[in-house]
Design a protein around this ligand. Structure first.
Ligand SMILES: [Zn+2]
Ligand SMILES: [Zn+2]
Length: 343
């Protein structure tokens, strides 16, 4: 029913029919048959080996850290997994572990599969649980992965938390009694102001896509309703149209009232305004992003060693984190193109 979702597919023939055979080494590709698994091996081999190597490196660090008694004497930080969850990275001995985990995620996200996105997101969320302060920029990768996995509401709640709570100067990242990433079912139709003109665009970009998905869906719905030439649709007719449309946004499942024909034009207008504000704000934050999103694959091959906001280097990361989610959403690149033409 959805247009944009990354669903489990055979990595060789791309079929989504029972691709039940998973590569046991990397666990992020799957196949519809052992024939297709062997046929894909030549292409998959090097990625598979790299992921396996990174996972082994992480396992080594994991074992070391779990057995770390702090070196005795009471000065060390003993058993971080029991005593310092939330404070990792600040506890020096955790850094090789956190680096190894990040390296593994960096390799996994290169693989364009549902399993890879799921695994990467799981690692990143757990890394935030271990280290709220997030010294590695994990929070910048999370929202687009939520979108790729069709978890748009969680993308919104996550991003909004950072742009409201996480942005406060007095938020104490070390206080485990404070709420952390605890927003749930926030109103996706509300003003996008908290995402505009902020420091950095890494949450504004995925929120733009989330709203673009809604906007394109509502436009499709309006077109379909107009085609039926029904001045005021009864609920059954609406449901029948909805059933026949492939929606991009999973938001409608939880909030079907937003699809009501009453005020449809007004909702479209509101989303047009919000996405326009976001588009401009992102453009202000990094002038390269929109112009280069069409070439995201080519441009995001090598991550920069360092960057500052608004630079070409930052743009490489923005493309790396967000490009696929835009590409996978039907009509989203077209929306960007229209915006560029009219601005
Ligand atoms: Zn296949
Ligand atoms: Zn593999």
């Amino acid at each position: 029913m959805v247009k944009n979702v990354l669903i489990p597919r055979c990595s060789y023939c791309n079929s989504d029919h029972e691709p039940d055979l998973r590569c046991s080494a990397c666990k992020v590709t799957r196949y519809c048959s052992s024939e297709h698994q062997s046929s894909d091996w030549g292409r998959h081999k090097s990625t598979c080996h790299t992921i396996k190597r990174c996972r082994r490196a992480l396992d080594v660090e994991d074992t070391k850290l779990r057995n770390d008694d702090g070196g005795g004497g009471g000065f060390g930080w003993a058993f971080p997994f029991e005593n310092y969850v939330g404070h990792f990275w600040g506890v020096y001995s955790t850094r090789p572990y956190m680096r190894a985990r990040f390296n593994l995620v960096a390799e996994i996200v290169k693989v364009n599969t549902h399993d890879a996105a799921t695994a990467a997101l799981g690692h990143l969320l757990d890394m935030l649980r271990l280290c709220r302060g997030d010294n590695q920029g994990v929070r910048d990768l999370v929202p687009a992965l939520y979108l790729r996995l069709n978890r748009d509401q969680e993308c919104y709640d996550f991003s909004k938390w950072y742009q409201t709570e996480g942005i406060r100067g007095d938020y104490n990242w070390g206080d485990m009694n404070l709420g952390f990433l605890d927003l749930k079912n926030e109103d996706v139709m509300e003003s996008a102001a908290v995402f505009c003109d902020q420091w950095g665009t890494s949450h504004a970009i995925p929120v733009t896509l989330m709203k673009v998905r809604m906007l394109l869906d509502l436009r499709d719905l309006a077109t379909a309703s107009a085609l039926l030439e029904v001045p005021s649709l009864n609920p059954d007719a609406v449901r029948s149209i909805q059933d026949h449309l492939d929606f991009r946004s999973p938001i409608w499942k939880a909030r079907p009232e937003l699809l009501a024909p009453d005020g449809l034009e007004e909702k479209i207008r509101v989303l047009e305004q919000q996405t326009d504000d976001l588009f401009k704000s992102v453009n202000k934050g990094n002038e390269y992003f929109w112009k280069s999103i069409f070439d995201y694959e080519k441009l995001s091959q090598t991550p920069p060693h360092s960057y500052s906001n608004g630079t070409r280097e930052e743009n490489v990361l923005l493309l790396m984190h967000n490009g696929r989610a835009w590409d996978e959403t039907e009509g989203a690149m077209g929306w960007v193109l229209d915006k560029l033409k009219s601005s």
